[in-house]
Design a protein around this ligand. Sequence first.
Ligand SMILES: [Zn+2]
Length: 251
Amino acid sequence: MQLKERAKLRRNEWETRIWSAIVSYASVAPDDSPSAVARRFKGALAECMDWIGGGLDDVQLCKDLQQVLSSQGEKFTSTDQPEVDKALELLAALYLVEVITVLAWLSVPERRGKLAPRAVEFLRKHGTGIIGHLGSSGRPFAESGLLIDEEWPEEMPSVISPICKFLLDQVHRHDLEGEPLRDAIPIVQCDRPSCGKFRLVRKTRAEKNYFCSNLCKVKFHGAKTSKKEKAAYMRDYRKTVKLTKKGEKRK
Ligand SMILES: [Zn+2]
């Protein structure tokens, strides 16, 4: 992204866009194909490369991608290369569970403290090993308007590194800069275990369960509620669906 463009985006708007991309990668449905997950991973990766001053082309600096390519006797030529897409598909699947763990913890750290050691270790391992270039081209400040006008990644352990770096920076907004948790980390996860979808939400109450849909709420409470209550839930749910469908037809 051009620096001028970047300046136009208010701090939170830029971060919200990156969060959406990461949340989309981590919200996997049972019928998602590996290539669909990989596409969403590539989107999140592009956003986070931008966050650290690089571009999607900089995936060629990631050691894990280099390893996968060289094990197949391939060399990086461009981000549109089918071999690169295949390698990214493999890596997107490899890191998915850990990314879900990190987001699940961050979404309600009050209730999911048990995940913290594993999540933090993943962020440490991948988010702190980026070596960046910082420099000055010598252009006068009056002309460039920048204090540091050269900044880009030079070396990265992994394709997941830029994403981990972004997540660590958001943790620091809360821990070091004192921003409220939900401002720095605006995500929630559906509490129904077999769903687990993430959403971007600014205000939630940590002590309350969150569900991405009525259906998830019904299914989650299903085990605890009586048959009568379940039937009432379902009647309510069907009514809502019917109303929504009618509303759609009218359009
Ligand atoms: Zn759900």
